[in-house]
Every structure is written in structure tokens, then in C-alpha cells.
Design a protein around this ligand. Structure first.
Ligand SMILES: Cc1cc2nc3c(=O)[nH]c(=O)nc-3n(C[C@H](O)[C@H](O)[C@H](O)COP(=O)(O)OP(=O)(O)OC[C@H]3O[C@@H](n4cnc5c(N)ncnc54)[C@H](O)[C@@H]3O)c2cc1C
Length: 242
């Protein structure tokens, strides 16, 4: 029981035969899940449509094992997976309804009016839904750009997301790229005992602090392909050792 007034839909409410929804939310990432809590706690019938088979968005499908430290309320950090699981459970408990493996394709106007709102028709890969309001929380749908040279290896060891601990425990991880996501993934693997090589085409574009952290933790030459000897400020370990 909440210590403030939550107007929640009854447990036995029949969602199966709704003529229209108060709110349809596209995307079950952190944004969509948070929005769904707000609407469901105001007794608005809320449907979340998610293209993937699981809720959680990027924290779930890109960095499930990463310890996230900037989510309010979790001073000791929380993993992407746990954040997703907790937020999803909270939404489901508030009677938010979910459709997974279903992708938004169009939003159309209708000539039906309900309580001052002209109903929208949300068209998905599996059907359509009438609703008063649509919230777009689509964030990121696709994985990072695929590299044919890696795909050609047809290897289970190629990942397009931050590796899960079991993917590399005790092994070597090669991180391709020098942006924030790549450097975060390098830090994460290093902190869990992996040997890490970072391969960067040009100058790294991620945060300088994170880059330094990669080096401090023993990450190997993040400047492969770049003559770092010409830049004394940002020399790789290999050059510093020479
Ligand atoms: C490697 C990495 C590390 C990060 N680390 C942090 C961190 O430590 N702390 C932090 O605060 N932020 C971090 N971020 C950023 C954070 O993940 C995003 O800001 C956050 O996920 C955005 O939430 P969202 O709900 O807007 O979008 P998303 O998380 O992208 O969720 C959108 C959802 O919508 C679905 N969707 C998209 N299109 C459709 C469609 N047409 N139909 C149906 N469903 C659709 C997607 O499948 C997805 O599940 C990181 C990002 C990356 C890539």
C-alpha cells in the first residue's frame, strides 16, 4: 500500500475487451517504463508496445551486467538487468499491460472522439490499437552498426553489446571503437579481471577520464592505428614503456 493517493485500476479489470486505451506507450526502456508508472498510477489504462522480447531497453539489451551508478535511489549502483527487472515488475504490479515482439509502424488519426480527445490508431507489426494519447519512448531500436569483417568470422565470441561477465571471464576482450560505450565496456571488463585490448581507428572520442581509467587499469594500447608518439599528452602504455 502506498503512503500517498494512488488511483490504481482494479485487479480484476478486463483489459482484453477494451474499445480504446487511455495511453499507448511505444518502447519498454527506462523512459517508457517510467512513463507507464505515472499513467497507471492515475488509473489510466496503459499499454506498452515493445519491439524486443524483453523489457528494459538499452540497460537490458546493451549493458545488462554494467554497474550503473547514476540512477537516483541506488547509491551502491545497480546492474542494467536488475534495473530493468525492478522497473518492469513495478509497472506490471501497477497493471500496465505489455505487448512484446511488436513494433510500431504508424500512428493514424481517426474521426472518433472520446472525452474531448480524437482517438489515435496505433498500428504495429501485429495489429492496431485505438487510444487517446500516444507516448513515444523509442530510444534505440537497433544494435550498433555491424562489421562484416567480424560477422564473417561466424563466431559466438563476437558481441555487439557490452559483454556479460560469463562471455569473457579469465579471457581476453578486444573492444573495437573509442567512443563512450566502447571505453565503458573496456573499464567494465578490466574491473572484472579480463585482459583488454582496445582497437581504435582514429583518435578516441570517448571521455578523456574514462580513457585514462582504461590505461590505469592495464588496458592495452588504445591507439592502434594512430601514431601516438606524436602526441605526448595521450601516449599509450606501449609508447610510455619504450
Ligand atoms: C553502452 C551504454 C552505456 C550506458 N550507460 C549509462 C549509464 O551508466 N547511466 C545512464 O544514465 N545512462 C547510460 N546509458 C544511456 C541510457 O542507456 C539511455 O539514456 C536510456 O536507455 C534511454 O532510455 P529510453 O527508454 O529513452 O530508450 P531505450 O533504452 O533505447 O529504450 C527504447 C525501447 O524502445 C523500443 N523500441 C524502439 N523503437 C520501437 C518501435 N518502433 N516499436 C516498439 N518498440 C520500439 C526499443 O526496443 C527499446 O527497448 C548508456 C548507454 C549505452 C549505449
Amino acid at each position: 500500500m502506498a503512503d500517498f493517493k494512488v488511483t490504481q485500476i482494479d485487479d480484476d479489470f478486463d483489459f482484453a475487451n477494451l474499445p480504446w486505451w487511455d495511453v499507448v506507450i511505444i518502447g519498454a526502456g527506462p523512459g517508457g517504463l517510467a512513463a507507464s508508472l505515472t499513467t497507471a498510477h492515475r488509473a489510466l489504462t496503459t499499454l506498452v508496445i515493445e519491439a524486443k522480447d524483453l523489457p528494459g531497453g538499452q540497460p537490458q539489451f546493451l549493458y545488462a551486467d554494467k554497474k550503473i551508478v547514476d540512477v537516483p535511489g541506488f547509491p551502491d549502483g545497480i546492474s542494467g538487468q536488475e534495473l530493468s527487472d525492478r522497473t518492469y515488475r513495478q509497472a506490471a504490479d501497477a497493471h500496465v499491460q505489455f505487448r512484446f515482439n511488436e513494433e510500431l509502424t504508424a500512428i493514424e488519426d481517426t474521426d472518433q472522439e472520446v472525452e474531448g480527445d480524437v482517438l489515435k490508431k496505433v498500428v504495429t507489426s501485429n495489429g492496431s490499437y485505438l487510444c487517446r494519447k500516444v507516448i513515444l519512448a523509442c530510444g534505440l531500436l537497433h544494435y550498433p552498426r555491424r562489421l562484416p569483417v567480424l560477422d564473417d568470422l561466424e563466431s559466438d565470441a563476437v558481441h555487439y553489446r557490452s559483454p556479460r561477465v560469463k562471455d569473457y571471464e579469465g579471457g581476453t576482450v578486444i573492444v573495437v571503437g573509442g567512443g563512450d560505450s566502447a571505453l565503458d565496456a573496456a573499464v567494465m571488463a578490466l574491473q572484472r579481471g579480463a585482459r583488454v585490448e582496445v582497437i581504435i581507428r582514429k583518435e578516441p572520442s570517448g571521455k578523456a577520464d574514462t580513457l585514462n581509467h582504461v590505461l590505469e587499469l592495464g588496458g592495452n594500447s588504445p591507439y592502434v592505428g594512430v601514431d601516438c608518439r606524436s602526441n605526448p599528452e595521450r601516449r599509450c602504455r606501449q609508447c610510455r614503456a619504450e
